[in-house]
Design a protein around this ligand. Sequence first.
Ligand SMILES: [Ca+2]
Ligand SMILES: [Ca+2]
Length: 543
Amino acid sequence: MRKCINLLLITIMCLFAHSSFAVSIHFNSLGYLPNQPKVATVSSEFESFQLVDAKSGKVVFENKTSEPVSQSDINVTVRFADFSAVTTVGTYFIKVSDSVKSPAFPISNNVYNSAFYTSMRAFYLWRCGTAVDGTHNGAHFSHEACHLEDGWLDSIGYPNKQKDGVGGWHDAGDHGKYVVNAGITVGMMFVAWEQFNNKLKDYNFDLPKSKSKLPDFLEEIKWETDWLLKMTYPDGSGRVSHKLTRTNFEGFVLPELDTEKRYFTVWSSAATADFVAVMAQAARYFKPYDKAYAQKCLDAAVLSYNFLKINPEDHKFEHRGFSTGGYQSADDDDRIWAAAELWETTGNAEYLADLETRLTNYNKKVDEVWDWGGVKNMAAFCYIQSKRSGKNEKLLSEVKKQAIEIANTIVSKAKADVFARPLGEYYWGSNGTVVRQVYNLQVANSIQPDKKYVETSLDAIAHIFGRNVYGRSQVTGIGINPPMNPHDRRSGGDTVVEPWAGYLVGGGTKATDWQDDWKSYSTNEVAINWQAALVYALAWFIE
Ligand SMILES: [Ca+2]
Ligand SMILES: [Ca+2]
């Protein structure tokens, strides 16, 4: 009954939101950086526009919109309103007629800071094995300590035995924990740390008090790496369980109400390789703060790498009655990533040889579209950006060339899309790839700096926060008319109307089929892998 009342309220709020905002104007509702391009997409009937200072009411800029442009996959004809000439910090709105104007937005160097805080803090709110609570815009979210029995070993040959698997983050809209998806998630967050730690090291995410001396950003990642260390088999072999879940998905309840037994499942070589990669990264980035922990991570990475070396076949996850997320993936990309990160951490020639052999064997060394099922880019980009010597110059220049070509393709796709979407296709979770491609663009920019890579990265973020066909933010609690009904068990299971804040939803699986409906797991779920890509993209552009 409570749910019915919530849904009714939400419906009323959505109707109100729709009627109060002009969706004739599709823009980045977070705002714009002063010295970067500023473009909105407007309905084709508007041939001119004004930019108005929200405080004084004065028109600070006016111009014609572009010629009309049509796009068939979303069946729209639109024009562009370009106000890049305005570089003065302030709060503005776009006006296309006496009655049609956008909500106010800032032009400032810190327009991404608050979204970055909230989207990174979302990981804390995903913590399993502990109580969490947080407030966003006056709404309070909390759950009690959960899943303290994690987990049971029956599935891997130890009937009625338990082992400590408490901790980590819930994976997505469900409460399960999956190593393959944790891999790309933590991997992207460590890349953010590698590249932007000057900005991140002093960032405070209001985490619970702890004795740790770690910067908050690393402390939150450690919540996950601590759990990952528990996912190895108890036999000391270095094999890693594919996941820790129930046999089937739980209902739409808060985590502490999900009390059915959860199991360590059988291992897979993809999960084991991703474990190696992430533990090798952890060894690098925790070393300045905690040498003992870094060594523990490195030892775990080497043990599992050596296990994979003597077990070279692609050992798939066997479901054996589990119907929770499959995360089934061929292991070649995971193995090359493992080799890359171990080389970057240790400089050991054996790992470099493994990496270079595998990279040589790929014709396509860099991917345009990628997610948990294909992490080759993590290896290729580590190789490109590593400062270590000894690289095969011919191979390196080929990988760089391909990275540039792919980035140029991404740029051209954004330019061809009326909402500057840099990804030319739609599928489950494609919002995550829209922001993950920012890593492709960052790598290209590091090889051959060009403002088009920076601008397309900002286009990707703008698309997520409102410059899209819906004219709506794709992140709960942030930006214009954000999702209210994500496929998220915490949001569905509590009595708070607003959804848990800061979460990127998966987005349409076709150009116009996104539904803000909790039942639509294929378009409106939340997930750690997409979230990490959002955190990465925003981290580049925070002040
Ligand atoms: Ca894979
Ligand atoms: Ca709720």
